[in-house]
Design a protein around this ligand. Structure first.
Ligand code: ATP
Ligand code: MG
Length: 273
């Protein structure tokens, strides 16, 4: 079984996050894994080059996690080698007044990847069944209907040629305490700390329940969730690089046929001054 498959949630399973590891690196050789991660990031950049040239399909990577799980550093490490012209990272923050005046997918749809591109969502439309649910931002009868809406939305993207990979970075509660205290003690990390992080931590159990529900109800063959052990950065980055590489390899993008016969075009070029 590949690493990507190991952490993929089988459609139809009811997810209990307490049964999924937040650290699964016991006995794993760090140096070996880091060398593979390095190779994966090179492969991802080459595959993206082909995806761009092919100009037919696209890839959407959805990243969701509790605060301080390391979404930002994961994006930097996994996609840092991709041509910046072919990858767009979109962080979804608290909605603006304008965004709140529309349906919840309005702000999301415009950032889905165009043909040939990779889009990485740092948080996503799933916030609308997570924070929105836990903080009671809309009534239950409204957010409950969103699971179906999300499945339909994602299916529409898939029909249009977008591959979707969804990843939950599964952070342990104790590990989050360490990471939040680093944000308070390291002056270069202070800026990342928000009072809201503490409020969110207070509702840890409610969040776990909301995540379990979202992952269970929005996990399809075509747009599966992955639950990635996140407590150790090098292992998390490795697993995610494996998932992205495997997905792109399966898509197998190809360089398009030349628009002109290269031999006759070369003759024309040679005749020119
Ligand atoms: P980090 O994990 O490094 O703290 P972050 O993704 O939390 O980064 P922040 O700017 O700290 O980035 O927080 C963004 C906030 O926006 C989160 O608290 C998130 O819950 C909130 N948010 C995102 N989408 C929505 C939404 N649809 N409704 C309400 N809040 C949202
Ligand atoms: Mg935050």
């Amino acid at each position: 079984m590949s690493i990507a498959t190991r952490y993929r949630v089988k459609p139809g399973t009811s997810v209990d996050l307490s049964q999924w590891k937040t650290d699964d690196a016991e006995g794993v050789d760090r140096d070996e894994v880091e060398a593979k991660t390095e190779a994966n990031t090179i492969a991802i950049s080459e595959l993206q080059h082909r995806l761009y040239a092919e100009h037919k399909r696209s890839l959407l990577v959805v990243l969701q996690a509790m605060d301080a799980a390391g979404k930002d550093s994961t994006i930097r490490r996994v996609f840092g080698r991709v041509n910046p012209q072919g990858v767009q990272v979109k962080p979804f923050k608290r909605p603006t007044e304008d965004e709140l005046a529309h349906d919840f997918l309005w702000r999301v749809h415009q950032h889905t990847p165009r043909r040939g591109h990779i889009a990485v969502f740092n948080r996503s439309h799933y916030e609308d069944v997570l924070v929105v649910r836990v903080s009671n931002l809309v009534p239950e009868e409204r957010w409950k209907k969103r699971f179906g809406v999300i499945n339909g939305f994602e299916q529409g993207l898939i029909n249009g040629g977008t591959e979707i990979v969804k990843i939950y970075l599964h952070l342990g509660k104790d590990r989050q305490r360490e990471k939040l205290s680093e944000r308070l003690t390291d002056p270069t990390k202070n800026w990342k700390f928000e009072a809201g992080d503490l409020a969110t931590r207070e509702h840890w159990e409610d969040y776990m329940e909301a995540y379990e529900d979202a992952i269970t109800k929005c996990n399809t063959d075509d747009a599966p969730w992955h639950i990635v052990p996140t407590d150790r950065k090098w292992y998390r980055v490795h697993v995610i690089s494996e998932i992205i590489r495997e997905t792109l390899e399966r898509m197998n993008p190809r360089f398009p046929e030349p628009k002109l016969d290269p031999v006759s075009a070369m003759k024309l070029l040679e005749q020119m001054r």
